[in-house]
Design a protein around this ligand. Structure first.
Ligand code: NAG
Ligand code: NAG
Ligand code: NAG
Ligand code: NAG
Ligand code: NAG
Length: 316
């Protein structure tokens, strides 16, 4: 993650200006207050020029500004704070484009819904926190391309309104306590990736994920059921499919492997039938890793006694 941090850091490092304008400096001091005036931020004081790097405390904080002196990038990494609610003063940084929070287990409680006011946001990356509660609505964030809230304690449903974000390339909500069903069309761009692994999601995967062209899907370690065979097909754009550790039940016998698929993991499910010819004979395939283990597939020790190599397995 720190790789991404510094990559973003470079790309949004904009021109040096005299000071954070429009009161953004005062907002940063309020944020410091909401964080309980931590020792690490002792140099954050009235009159400090936050936009020329003086507010950056390596490796804990990074602030980037627009050419007009507004805060456009706010990052907290491995930040030592006692237990505090998410500092909602952040919602007053109305020119914010990147919000980066990694490894800040002091952040508790829900992500405030006022985040939805930060319409210039391009990237939200919140990783390894103690945030809990439900996800707020992000429907105003039309410029959002990257949304990650992972390895935290977010619970409840995935808001269906997430599917209205027109520019979303990556939606990563892995390793939370999300439950309920997966809304349709959360991502729809050809280069998009969807990571919902390690939650408590249930129900069937909406069929539309076989109709949109996306690059990666990871729904492993949930409680999903039913068919997911619609993800497969020679002309599908997937390079990564992970369905591992669910209760999917479908016939694998006649699926076609997407031509650019490199990683396939369907282990620990109720997937039946035989290993498809398209896998057995995939000569010019790009596959690097295939994991079919712990499924009742014919020819494996997990196969039901009635399994034959020609007929689909008994209906579930
Ligand atoms: C930022 O500007 C202040 C004066 O406004 C100066 O004292 C300080 O050294 C500068 N800091 C950096 C990191 O350039
Ligand atoms: C969204 O992005 C477009 C293109 O980069 C830009 O012109 C527009 O101003 C942005 N809108 C907001 C609200 O930031
Ligand atoms: C999700 O979890 C909450 C709290 O544990 C529970 O009340 C709710 O019924 C669950 N919803 C579904 C659809 O499982
Ligand atoms: C798929 O997900 C499982 C469980 O989350 C993980 O253990 C496995 O490494 C993943 N497979 C691949 C190919 O990434
Ligand atoms: C597979 O990758 C090649 C080369 O990047 C690309 O031209 C082709 O369109 C891809 N095929 C699919 C089905 O995405």
């Amino acid at each position: 993650m720190s790789g991404i941090f510094f990559l973003l850091l470079l790309s949004s490092c904009t021109s040096l200006v005299l000071s954070a304008k429009h009161g953004d400096g005062a907002v940063l001091l309020k944020i410091k207050e909401q964080l309980g005036n931590p020792e690490a931020l002792s140099s954050w004081a009235k009159g400090l020029d936050f936009c020329n790097g003086s507010g950056n405390i390596y490796p804990y904080t990074y602030i980037g500004c627009t050419s007009t002196g507004r805060v456009s990038y706010l990052g907290f990494a491995s930040f030592p704070t006692s237990d505090v609610p998410f500092p909602n003063e952040i919602c007053r940084l109305t020119e914010l484009e990147v919000l980066f929070i990694d490894h800040v287990f002091g952040f508790n409680g829900p992500l405030p819904s006022c985040i939805n006011k930060l319409v210039h946001l391009d990237t939200i990356l919140i990783h390894r926190t103690s945030l809990s509660g439900h996800l707020p609505d992000f429907h105003n964030l039309n410029n959002l391309t990257y949304l990650e809230i992972s390895q935290s304690g977010i619970s409840g449903p995935i808001p269906p309104s997430l599917s209205s974000l027109p520019n979303l390339q990556t939606l990563d909500l892995h390793w939370n306590d999300l439950n309920g069903t997966i809304p349709p069309a959360l991502v729809h761009l050809p280069t998009a990736a969807l990571y919902l692994n390690d939650n408590s999601l249930s129900g069937e995967l909406p069929r539309c994920y076989g109709e949109v062209n996306i690059r990666a899907i990871d729904v492993s370690t949930n409680r999903l059921t039913g068919d997911a065979s619609f993800l497969f097909g020679k002309d599908k754009t997937f390079t990564y499919i992970n369905l591992s550790k669910n209760q999917f039940t479908f016939d694998l016998s006649y699926i076609e492997i997407p031509e650019n698929l490199t990683f396939l993991d369907i282990s620990f499910n109720g997937i039946y039938g035989k290993v498809p010819d398209s896998l057995a004979t995939a000569r010019d395939s790009k596959l690097v890793s295939v994991d079919l283990k712990f499924n009742p597939l014919c020819g494996t020790e997990f196969a039901p006694p009635t399994c034959t190599n020609s007929a689909p397995a008994p209906a579930h």
